[in-house]
Write a protein of this length. Structure first.
Length: 447
């Protein structure tokens, strides 16, 4: 086993809590250390998002030592302890063959040997542990070397590791894309062989992994890796089907729909999950909508409305919240509208600009343009409008409401709604000057 002397200077409450819990466990005769992603990130000079512990203490022993104790995954030997106001996940070390799905708690075999525990973990870079008592990173799987050479490699047999949990294949791609690492050849081959199995993963697990890829530092590379390994065809077959869908080269010199989508992802400047999913899905129905006219040119009529419907089905399958689903499907449905903003009726344009989803849709439009023909007139037109009339970011209150019509003696009826909408549109278009004029215009329509 390789031991690396390290002193981590970190003013993080989570780190301090994890170190003090590990030292406390050591004082009581148990083996204990920080483990998993936190040690990986510490060695890479990043601040970990959370700090997990591994120990030889069994859950009932932890319960005696820490007043704030909760068994969260009793069947896996995972507990939560509270130390100094910080909640820490503690895994009781288990034998390698005990990677279980939680359905057979009676089969869990604990071990006092941390070396044994790390053998059941997914990747060597996640299988290091840090012993704060000795100030040492302990490595019995070659994880330090893999971190240095930038490789994601399974601990032990790749096929076996992935068969224990197919989500690990997506995790491999996430870590490679996020850390700008390569997949170890044997790890990559195993993913290619087992990729179809990822289709059976629960939607919310796929969602969480892919979202982390899309909001990471290199979403385009992540999706390209998913495609190249066959994982994209398993978890998002509709996106994989964009490959090879040819578009008119005069508008799309960059190539087919998948290439265009990846280019957009590579130009994304912020880690906004709904924007990233809108990019990924904006042209999702192009394969289905594609027709070739007598002039030999490919066209994609109605791909935005068909796309919104298909995107909705995909997002439902991945268990998106209804708010996120609505924002993304609306962006897909509207994305072609931006090409005609300069000819849009004033009221329609104001409604588009005042929509809460507008900032996302505007950015989608910008990414779409810079990733194909590069024509930015519509984008610049909208920026000019926003600069000239910043108050247009919100819709005004309508000058006439139903109650005003009733007060003026109009009997409520089916025409109410249409008339109120028409008058509001005139108000938005600047064709009315005062509330009185608006009311008069409405009343005229009932005479
Ligand atoms: N399917 C999984 C999930 C997790 N792990 C192990 O459990 C640790 C903690 O998992 P998690 O918190 O999900 O990921 P981290 O590696 O901590 O990384 P991050 O927080 O960046 O996702 C991992 O490092 C890994 O050792 C595993 O072996 N197999």
């Amino acid at each position: 086993m390789r031991r690396l002397k390290r002193k981590f200077e970190l003013h993080e409450p989570g780190f301090n809590a994890a170190v003090s819990a590990a030292l406390r466990l050591r004082e009581h005769g148990f083996a204990a250390g920080l483990v998993g992603g936190s040690v990986r990130d510490l060695l890479l000079g990043k601040v970990p998002s959370d700090f997990d512990l591994v120990t030889s203490a069994k859950p009932e022993e932890l319960a005696q030592l820490f007043a704030d104790f909760r068994a969260v995954g009793a069947s896996f030997g995972v507990s939560l302890i509270g130390v100094g106001g910080v909640s820490l996940e503690v895994a009781t070390a288990r034998e390698e063959r005990n990677y279980l799905d939680g359905r057979h708690p009676e089969l869990v075999r604990y071990t006092a040997d941390l070396e044994c525990d790390v053998q059941r973990r997914d990747f060597t870079i996640n299988a290091l542990w840090y012993d704060p008592a000795e100030g040492e990173v302990c490595d019995c799987v070659g994880g330090i070397d893999d971190l240095e050479r930038g490789v994601v490699r399974t601990v032990g047999d790749a096929g076996r590791r992935f068969n224990e949990d197919y989500l690990r294949m997506l995790r491999a791609v996430r870590f490679a894309a996020r850390l700008r690492f390569e997949l170890f050849p044997e790890t990559r081959r195993a993913i290619q062989a087992l990729a179809p199995k990822a289709a059976g993963l629960a939607g919310e697990r796929i969602n969480a992994e892919v979202t982390r890829m899309l909001t990471g530092p290199d979403p385009a590379r992540a999706v390209r890796m998913l495609f190249d390994t066959g994982l994209l065809a398993a978890v998002l077959p509709e996106v994989a089907a964009l490959d090879g869908v040819e578009q008119p080269p005069e508008f799309h010199p960059e190539g087919d729909v998948l290439t265009h989508t990846l280019l957009m992802l590579s130009h994304m400047a912020c880690a906004d999950a709904n924007l990233a999913w809108s990019v990924l899905l904006h042209d999702i129905s192009k394969p289905e909508a594609r027709t070739v006219g007598e002039d030999g040119r490919a066209r994609f009529y109605a791909h935005e409305s068909m796309g919104a419907e298909l995107a909705g089905k995909i997002l439902d399958r991945l268990h998106f919240s209804s708010a996120d689903r609505d924002s993304i499907t609306q962006a897909v449905r509207n994305h072609m509208r931006f090409a005609s903003v300069r000819d849009m009726r004033a009221a329609k344009l104001r409604k588009l600009i005042a929509d809460p989803n507008f900032p996302l849709e505007l950015e989608l439009h910008r990414l779409d343009c810079i990733s194909c023909h590069g024509l930015m007139e519509c984008f610049v037109f909208l920026l000019d409008r926003l600069a000239a009339e910043p108050e247009h970011r919100r819709l005004p209150e309508p000058w006439v409401r139903g109650r005003d019509l009733v007060a003026a003696g109009v009997k409520p009826g089916p025409r109410f709604k249409t008339v109120l909408e028409e008058v509001f549109e005139l108000q938005l278009a600047g064709e009315l000057s005062t509330p009185e004029e608006a009311l008069e215009t409405a009343l005229e329509r009932f005479r």
